[in-house]
Write a protein that binds this ligand. Structure first.
Ligand SMILES: *Cc1c(COP(=O)(O)O)cnc(C)c1O
Length: 338
């Protein structure tokens, strides 16, 4: 099977498994797991931030960040397509008791002007307190789109002028870093908190990191425990994440090239409508005419290729570590013959 459903389907390589097997471990709730401590220090240093906490998932890092930054009744400003709003089980309301002010952005990206227009007047009794702005980079439901760094800086200015905190859902931030050339430290300088997934394109089986100031991370560590996310000998998982950071960042550019090849093949077909601009490892396209998203996915499956119908008319393909160029060639061949 050529599994293009998501970059979460990767399995640990022998090198990664070897690193996991030889990890030094301890009880991480006591802060005694040397490998978890090493990973947290490594990612904080990479981003030029003070501290980090290792978590089970990107949903957990995002939800902990939101809980730390807000009080019940506060409002969060984000794009309508945001993972924190669409795909975290209503966690913003469930965990933090916050409302959202949703922006119709550009492929999942919002602008400083749009943020400014969403900020509520603190003296208006009718309105929730605007508290947090959350950006997503790359934007998953925007087709893996990347922010222009200048736009992020403009949003930060608006946040500073209005006492708003700024969170980054960077589940695929390394894809954006490889695609745009901005450095981790550029992001670390701007955001109050950053969430990174190591279990997506970087290929670890489990693991996300939340990065921020020392005080913020101390609070986050407490919330992680309350959410049931305090882990014990988690060093076996942290070792996979360290291995992923050391070995699997540069190669993301191959995934991006593979996505371009898929898009180029799709573009030739009469049943393909609009293709979202392909900037990283995600291809989302509209299906029309002879197929629906559902029947097209079934056709791919008959040819041992797995894709996802993300709506009635949209199909998503994601390239990753376990997809090599021979598999891309084979997929292109199938597309050509459809
Ligand atoms: C995958 C993803 C997450 C986190 O997902 P988990 O499955 O909880 O790790 C968060 N944000 C975005 C944009 C994602 O794509």
């Amino acid at each position: 099977m050529i599994d293009l459903r998501s970059d979460t389907v990767t399995k640990p390589t022998p090198g990664m498994l070897n690193a996991m097997m030889h990890a030094k471990v301890g009880d991480d709730v006591f802060r005694e797991d040397p490998t978890v401590n090493e990973l947290e220090l490594k990612i904080a240093t990479l981003f030029g931030m003070e501290a980090a906490v290792f978590c089970l998932s990107g949903t957990m890092t995002n939800q902990i960040a939101i809980k730390c930054h807000t009080q019940p009744g506060d409002e969060i400003i984000c794009d309508r397509l945001s993972h924190i709003y669409q795909y975290e089980g209503g966690g913003i309301a469930f965990n933090s008791g916050c409302s959202v002010n949703l922006i119709d952005g550009n492929y999942g990206r919002i602008t400083a002007d749009q943020v400014e227009a969403c900020i509520n007047n603190r003296n208006d009794l009718h309105k929730a307190y605007s508290k947090l702005v959350s950006l997503e980079n790359t934007a998953n439901r925007g087709g893996g789109s990347c922010y222009n760094f200048e736009d992020i800086k403009s949003i930060k200015k608006i946040c500073d002028a209005n006492n708003l905190l700024l969170h980054l859902d960077g589940a695929r931030l390394f894809n954006a870093i490889v695609a745009t050339g901005n450095s981790p430290k550029d992001y670390g300088e701007i955001f109050d908190s950053i969430s990174i997934c190591i279990s997506k394109g970087l290929g670890a089986p489990v693991g996300s990191l939340l990065i921020g100031t020392k005080d913020f991370i101390a609070k986050a560590r407490r919330i992680r425990k309350v959410f049931g996310g305090g882990m014990r000998q988690a060093g076996y998982l942290a070792a996979a994440c360290i291995y992923a950071l050391d070995n699997n960042i540069e190669r993301l550019k191959d995934d991006h090239e593979h996505a371009q090849k898929l898009a180029a093949a799709l573009q030739q077909k009469d049943f393909v409508g609009k293709i979202f601009p392909v900037e990283t490892n995600i291809v989302i396209f509209e299906v029309k005419g002879r197929f629906t998203a559902e029947t097209l996915s079934a056709h791919f499956k008959k040819n041992n290729i797995l894709v996802i119908a993300i709506s009635k008319m949209h199909v998503r393909m994601v390239t990753h570590l376990d997809i090599n160029s021979a598999m891309i060639d084979e997929t292109v061949e199938v597309i050509n013959h459809l």
